[in-house]
Write a protein that binds this ligand. Structure first.
Ligand code: PMP
Length: 358
């Protein structure tokens, strides 16, 4: 089989080792004579998977004492609602920064549960930068941020130092770099970009934010209940959690999140250098906010975009079409993408430009 480089934004590229472990576990799990897909989630073998998955999250991110790690369901989208539902009182205010459609969806859900102050928005600029010039009201319950805006190719290079706790959607850059978890009351991330497959959502929450009793909650939407049950209140998405564990084991074997950061910076630098040097292509996001996960670019001659995409597919470069709201191209270069994939893309861009020189 020829190698295809997967630049898809999500579900996305996975480490080969994780996919091999997943394939083996589908056929037989740990010498049980049974598949991981058919065993009880209450079995000792599966319980260990959840325990190990939570432990490796803590280890890789250096999660301090006083935080709980959980694997939930409903995608990052459910967290847009679940976070304010659990944390924000009816008369309290939460601060949000609108940096893209995912942030906007988080804002929409939070408005169902309390007061929402949108401190800044880059919507008028089609979200091509991240606003940083804002003041967080001292009384805000939390400041909600989206660390990486998957569609627009913008990423917070550092988290602001503010007096209130941060709540952050890290769906598209979790485990791509070290983070100081102590700044956050809550971190959430859908697994299907940088830490596994669709079906589970990682939640890291301050323990004193559990069971605040702000309102009556359905059981499945109550963080405390899931925390008390060790992510096993109901049948968990067993295979998705297993794939997260295997993906994170690969991250650890590769040197952890600091090593991921180095690789991701190197890959992004190589691709941005080509975008900036190549007369046919140009980047779409503000230089200082450029994402190291989703690299967005368009063509100076848009009429050539279809042809480039076609050549890319033929050359084994898959998933490069940009999101419809930005157009052009988006190269998602999550942890599992090697420098060789980026180099293959750079080579094609260079070659294409030579052949289409004016
Ligand atoms: N937040 C971000 C930053 C995303 O990129 C996405 C998915 N593309 C979501 C939230 C929504 O995630 P889910 O599909 O898991 O609900």
């Amino acid at each position: 089989m020829n190698k295809v480089y997967n630049f898809s934004a999500g579900p996305a590229i996975l480490p080969r080792e994780a996919m091999e472990a997943g394939s083996r576990a589908c056929l037989e799990f740990q010498g049980m004579g049974l598949s991981l897909l058919e065993i009880s989630h209450r079995s000792t073998e599966y319980q260990q998977v959840v325990t190990d998955a939570c432990a490796i999250v803590k280890e890789l991110l250096g999660v301090p004492d006083g935080y709980t790690v959980m694997f939930l369901q409903g995608g990052a989208s459910l967290q847009f609602a679940m976070a304010p539902m659990n944390i924000l009182g009816d008369t309290e205010t939460a601060a949000y920064v609108d940096t893209g459609v995912w942030a906007a969806k988080a804002i929409k859900e939070a408005r169902l549960f309390g007061n929402v102050e949108v401190l800044a928005s880059s919507k008028d600029a089609n979200y091509n930068f991240i606003p940083k010039d804002y003041t967080v009201p001292a009384a805000a319950r939390y400041l909600h941020l989206t660390s990486n805006n998957t569609i627009y190719g913008t990423q917070l290079q550092s988290f602001p130092s503010v007096a209130v706790p941060l709540v952050c959607d890290m769906s598209s850059d979790i485990f791509s770099r070290p983070v100081d978890v102590s700044k956050f009351g809550l971190i959430y991330a859908g697994a299907q970009k940088n830490m596994g497959i669709a079906g589970t959502t990682l939640v890291i929450i301050r323990e004193d934010w559990l069971g605040l009793g702000k309102r009556k909650l359905p059981s499945m939407l109550d963080y405390k209940l899931h925390a008390d049950a060790g992510s096993m209140y109901n049948t968990p998405p067993a295979f998705a959690v297993y794939m997260a564990l295997e993906t994170l084991k690969w991250v650890k074997a590769e040197g952890g999140v600091a090593a991921m950061q180095k690789r991701n910076e190197e890959k992004a630098a190589a691709l941005y250098a080509e975008i900036d040097a190549n007369p046919l292509f140009k980047g779409t996001s503000a230089l200082e906010d450029r994402s190291r996960m989703n690299i967005t670019f368009v063509m100076e001659k848009p009429e050539l975009e279809k042809e480039f995409l076609k050549e890319a597919e033929t050359a084994g470069l898959s998933g490069l079409k940009g999101h419809r709201s930005v157009g052009g191209f988006r190269a998602s270069i999550y942890n599992a993408m090697g420098l060789d994939g980026v180099q293959a893309l750079v080579t094609l861009m260079r070659d294409f430009a030579t052949r289409h020189a004016a």
